[in-house]
Structures are given as structure tokens and as C-alpha cells.
Design a protein around this ligand. Structure first.
Ligand SMILES: NC(=O)C1=CN([C@@H]2O[C@H](COP(=O)(O)OP(=O)(O)OC[C@H]3O[C@@H](n4cnc5c(N)ncnc54)[C@H](O)[C@@H]3O)[C@@H](O)[C@H]2O)C=CC1
Ligand SMILES: O=C([O-])CC(=O)C(=O)O
Length: 327
């Protein structure tokens, strides 16, 4: 029997938390032979703490064989203590008419404080995955506070965007979802993100060659994927939760599976035209569990370069907006 992984989850009593925790405890994230201890962190608000108690009761009632303990706390130094994975979800979601960047000043403060505590108390091998929006820049903010943990350990989630793009390409061509491969997301988790369709494959063939509709790929396809979060808010009256939790399962599962190729927002070192030190979505290949290398070989045509320039500009602007917070 492997020793349990400590998995810290912030915003554990929120919408995404409620869809996520049961899947972690059932083995979907770390595998069917990997026990876990869930360290659940909530804001120090009575309603949230009470709701968390209920969630923990439900986790108990599932009698998950892999769940070896539950910690409930509103103290970050308890929640992140010795954590191997820190899943940073807890943050304010946007409402109708807002962009994710509108959350920056409020949510940014959370990630400064949590970055500091994670760096101080999490396990030596700790990995951090940021979901709370605006996820890329919040991830940069948290990483900016770390002195012990390397910046590469901090990733932000663009996997929901990859999953959305994969489904749209499958629907357009009427193929099974699994026939669509190598669709990767570049840049910000925002409407400026770029799903790089030119490198995607459908049944092993170039996606644009199969679809034969560049106007759709450059226009409606990018728009549907980029604005899917807003479409869900408009339809549901609340931001996506089950699909976001599912994407986080995929994000972490791929990061612990050597050989997996997937989209992750990572610290830029200037590849693909992104400014150094913004966190930008790009394709990675997992090397050893929790570690990855960026796939650097894709050629970008003029359209792709213009899309990357736009999403890079937004990331640079967001970084400038919080510069006083992180300096
Ligand atoms: N990156 C992505 O693809 C996606 C990101 N999101 C983002 O995820 C975040 C969470 O969304 P939901 O679960 O729907 O929101 P929610 O409002 O249902 O839950 C958020 C929870 O976080 C808690 N919280 C707030 N501050 C906290 C702190 N400092 N420490 C610990 N917990 C704290 C709240 O009490 C609440 O229970 C939002 O920022 C949302 O925009 C949502 C969908 C997709
Ligand atoms: O759109 C939102 O605010 C929630 C989110 O990030 C998404 O669904 O992609």
C-alpha cells in the first residue's frame, strides 16, 4: 500500500469543490491504488465553515477506501501543512457582465497570502495548481511569493479550454471525441486564449485539411471556445463547476502520468512569443510524475502569431495591473 498523498483544496465548500472532492477521494485524480488525505481549506466565514462540515460528512458517508483522513480548517498554515498537491480553487467567481480580469484585485490578495504559506509549510515535493480566476495571473502571483519551491511547480488550469476545443472539433466533423488529438491552448484563460487548430489532428489527419473551413476555425471556433465560460454563466446563472472540476482532475492526472501531452499554463521563458515570466497556456509533455517539459517544436503561422500576440498582451497588462501587489 502506498503512503497517502496530502491534497490541499481551497474553496472546498464551493461549487467546484463539491464536484471535485468525491472524485479525488474515489481515485480519479491520483489513481486507484493511491490513498489520499484531503486537507480542506475554507474562508473564515461561518456559512462556509458550516457548509464544509456537511461536505466532510458526505465524504465520510461515501466510505471511500482510498480516503485516509479529512482536515477541515480556515487556517492556511494547517490546510497546506505537508501538502503534496495544493489545488487553489477558493476565490470569488465572476457574475454576468464581468470579465475574469475584473476579479484581479480581490482575488489577487488571496494568492499572495496562500503563496507565502505554501512556500513555508507544504511538502518539499509540493505542486500547486491554480483554478481561481483570473487563473494565469493568480498563479503568477502565488509563485512570486515562493522562495523555496521552484516556479515550475506552479501551474494554472487551461485544461477546461482544451476539453471544450476538443469537443467542438469533434462535433463539427461528426467524429468520435477520441479521434481529435493534439488541440492545445495557448495564452490566457480568457476570451483571448488561442486554441491552435492548425496542429490538431482528426483521425491522424491535419484538422484544417479535414474541416476545410478556415473561416470557421479562425472565427466561430475560437469564439465558442474563448467565450464558453460566459455562455455557461448566461445559461446556468452560475459559472461552470462540474466541468471545471473534471478539467482539474484531467490537469493533475495528466501531470502525474509520464508521457501525457496536454495544455497547461506554465511560467513562460519566452517560447512561442510569450513574455518571460507570464504564466501562459502551452503544450507540455509530462516527464516524471509532477514534472513536465514544454513542447517547443510547433511552427506558428501569421494568424497564430497574431492571436498569441493578443493573449500575451493581456497577460502582460494583467501583470502590470498587479505589479504593486507583488513587488
Ligand atoms: N480556471 C478555470 O478553468 C475555471 C476557474 N473558475 C474559478 O474558480 C473559482 C471558484 O469557483 P466556484 O467554486 O464556482 O466558486 P464558489 O463561490 O462556489 O466557491 C468558492 C469558495 O471559495 C471560498 N473561499 C473564498 N476565499 C477563500 C480563501 N481565501 N481561502 C479558502 N477558501 C476561500 C468561498 O468561501 C467559497 O466557498 C472562481 O474564481 C471561478 O471563477 C471556475 C471555472 C473554471
Ligand atoms: O467563465 C468563468 O468565469 C468560469 C470559467 O473560468 C470558465 O468556465 O471557463
Amino acid at each position: 500500500m502506498k503512503s497517502p498523498l496530502r491534497v490541499a483544496v481551497t474553496g472546498a465548500a464551493g461549487q467546484i469543490g463539491y464536484s471535485l472532492l468525491f472524485r479525488i477521494a474515489s481515485g480519479a485524480m491520483f489513481g486507484p491504488d493511491q490513498p489520499v488525505i484531503l486537507q480542506l481549506l475554507e474562508a473564515p466565514i461561518e456559512k462556509a465553515i458550516k457548509a464544509l462540515e456537511g461536505v466532510a460528512m458526505e465524504l465520510d458517508d461515501c466510505a471511500f477506501p482510498l480516503l485516509k483522513g479529512i482536515v477541515q480548517t480556515s487556517d492556511a498554515s494547517v490546510g497546506f501543512k505537508d501538502a503534496n498537491w495544493c489545488l487553489l480553487i477558493g476565490a470569488k467567481p465572476r457574475g454576468p457582465g464581468m470579465e475574469r480580469a475584473d476579479l484581479l484585485k480581490d482575488n489577487g490578495k488571496i494568492f499572495i497570502a496562500q503563496g507565502q504559506v505554501i512556500d513555508a509549510v507544504a511538502a518539499a515535493d509540493a505542486r500547486v495548481a491554480v483554478v481561481g480566476n483570473p487563473a494565469n495571473t493568480n498563479c503568477m502571483i502565488a509563485a512570486s511569493q515562493a522562495k523555496r519551491l521552484p516556479a515550475e511547480r506552479f501551474t494554472a488550469m487551461v485544461r477546461l479550454d482544451q476539453n471544450r476545443a476538443q469537443t467542438q472539433l469533434a462535433k463539427k466533423t461528426g467524429v468520435d471525441l477520441t479521434a481529435v488529438q493534439d488541440i492545445f491552448i495557448y495564452g490566457n484563460h480568457s476570451p483571448t486564449m488561442f486554441p491552435a487548430f492548425a496542429h490538431a489532428k482528426i483521425n491522424g489527419q491535419s484538422a484544417p485539411a479535414v474541416i476545410k473551413d478556415d473561416a470557421w476555425l479562425q472565427g466561430p471556433f475560437c469564439e465558442i471556445v474563448g467565450k464558453r465560460g460566459a455562455a455557461i454563466i448566461a445559461a446556468r446563472g452560475a459559472s461552470s463547476a462540474a466541468s471545471a472540476a473534471n478539467a482539474l482532475v484531467d490537469h493533475v492526472r495528466s501531470l502525474v502520468t509520464p508521457g501525457a501531452v496536454h495544455s497547461v499554463a506554465v511560467k513562460s521563458e519566452g517560447r512561442y512569443g510569450f513574455d518571460a515570466n507570464v504564466w501562459a497556456g502551452m503544450p507540455v509533455r509530462t516527464t516524471t510524475p509532477g514534472s513536465y517539459e514544454v513542447i517547443t517544436g510547433y511552427e506558428m503561422d501569421a494568424f497564430a502569431q497574431s492571436k498569441i500576440a493578443a493573449t500575451n498582451k493581456e497577460l502582460v497588462d494583467e501583470r502590470a495591473f498587479v505589479a504593486d501587489m507583488i513587488s
